[in-house]
Design a protein around this ligand. Structure first.
Ligand SMILES: Cc1cc2nc3c(=O)[nH]c(=O)nc-3n(C[C@H](O)[C@H](O)[C@H](O)COP(=O)(O)OP(=O)(O)OC[C@H]3O[C@@H](n4cnc5c(N)ncnc54)[C@H](O)[C@@H]3O)c2cc1C
Length: 316
């Protein structure tokens, strides 16, 4: 079922999750245990992130040489598992960065074959690297281009006009949104304008970047509504669990940690930081649900422990 249908039909507060494929060498049993834990909370859907291969550059006498340090597979396999073993809607993330449009088309064909109805279209962080495009291949620069490609497939238009069995897909397309503005955008208004362009191109809902102050989310929703975006905007939350995250989260995701949370986590014993984070996220979740958000989306990644404790206390 499509994410938008889940949101429209909800007769209870919806809590969805996002997980990341484990790095190679990860254990499938741990992964199944993680999904088993999440399934207990009856999520309407689970997102699975996607990542381009990680590369490093060596300086050699012949010039700069690019090497792949680590491949990042797993999204497709995890989606197949969630969708078919757990009979739960999987939402794979589809990226611009690191993939040609031809590879993206193949990925989407695989997803359709697996019975997956949803995708979240994001650009990926710009590493500055541009894959060489041989034999007429092409790449999506922005998530808007990617949304247009998926919407074209939904209308039965594939990259090659003469492709056989080019049946229309019917993906429900989600996009990312940034309550504290995307770090490259000159201002929130411009960023929201691009979000509107993606909605006009066929995206049907927005999931936000994590935020630790609900005020950012409410103001973002207002800006989107003022810009004519009527689509559901699902708030994304992360539970702070380690002291290191007080600095790593702002550095990586370009979001603020409010002083009361940062101070309390910094003052807590390392093993108590998690409790501080759970308490904070619980208060955020309660307020968001009270204010009637379409769902709350948790960035769980590979550890369902903290969100499990939060869910037990939320007692939905
Ligand atoms: C819910 C969510 C899930 C995510 N999942 C993943 C994941 O699985 N894997 C991963 O690697 N990353 C993921 N990300 C991170 C995301 O890829 C990065 O934040 C990336 O830098 C921006 O992605 P975007 O889709 O918002 O990009 P875009 O919409 O392409 O926007 C990027 C920047 O360019 C501007 N812009 C947008 N369109 C245009 C245009 N046409 N012309 C000029 N400027 C434009 C925007 O204002 C913004 O500043 C996720 C983010 C969110 C919020």
């Amino acid at each position: 079922m499509k994410v938008t249908e889940h949101l429209a039909r909800a007769d209870r507060p919806l809590i969805s999750f996002e997980i990341i494929p484990p790095l190679r060498g990860g254990n499938v049993r741990d992964l199944l245990a993680l999904i088993d834990q999440l399934v207990e909370h009856r999520p309407p859907f689970i997102d699975i992130t996607s990542h381009p291969a990680e590369v490093i550059y060596d300086e050699t006498p012949q010039g700069i040489r690019r090497r792949i340090k680590r491949k990042r597979p797993g999204t497709l396999g995890l989606c197949a598992l969630i969708q078919n073993k757990y009979d739960l809607d999987a939402v794979p993330h589809v990226l611009c960065q690191g993939f040609t449009r031809e590879e993206t088309e193949d990925f989407l064909i695989e997803l359709k074959y697996l019975g997956i109805d949803n995708v979240l279209a994001v650009r990926g962080d710009d590493s500055g690297y541009r894959k060489p495009l041989r034999d007429g291949r092409s790449a999506n620069a922005y998530a808007l281009d990617l949304v247009e490609q998926i919407a074209a497939m939904n209308a039965g238009r594939y990259l090659e006009d003469s492709l056989l069995d080019a049946e229309p897909t019917s993906f429900c397309i989600g996009i990312g949104g940034y309550p504290e503005k995307h770090f490259e955008a000159p201002n929130l208004e411009t960023d929201v304008r691009w979000a509107r362009a993606k909605i006009d191109a066929g995206a049907e809902y927005i999931v936000t970047q994590m935020f630790f102050d609900n005020g950012h989310y409410f103001r973002y929703v207002e800006s989107c509504r003022a810009a004519g975006i009527e689509a559901p905007i699902v708030p994304g939350l992360k539970i702070l669990t380690t002291r290191k995250q007080i600095t790593s989260i702002p550095r990586t995701f370009h979001v603020d940690i409010p002083p009361p949370l940062a101070d309390e986590a910094a003052a807590a014993k390392p093993e108590r930081v998690r409790d501080v984070g759970i308490e904070w996220a619980l208060a955020q979740t309660r307020e968001l649900l009270e204010r009637g958000v379409p769902a709350v989306h948790f960035y769980v990644m590979l550890d369902a422990g903290a969100v499990g404790e939060l869910m037990a206390r939320l007692d939905l």
